[in-house]
Design a protein around this ligand. Structure first.
Ligand SMILES: [Zn+2]
Length: 63
């Protein structure tokens, strides 16, 4: 899906953005449960390879 010129409004903060290159395409390297309703995901940027940690609740919202 093309997402070139499209930008989400700031208050709708879903999805992760690479701190290095701003890319939003990630590979999930590892998923680990940290509590009953929260998980931690280690993701790797598909563009530059930077790894980031994302805490998510079970419904998929990024915190
Ligand atoms: Zn990147």
């Amino acid at each position: 899906m093309p997402d070139t010129a499209k930008r989400d409004p700031p208050q709708e903060k879903r999805g992760l953005e690479c701190p290095k290159c701003g890319c939003r395409h990630f590979l999930v390297v590892r998923t680990r449960p940290i509590s009953r309703d929260r998980i931690m995901r280690r993701k790797e940027c598909r563009h530059c390879g930077r790894t980031v940690l994302a805490h998510e609740d079970i419904t998929g919202h990024v915190q």
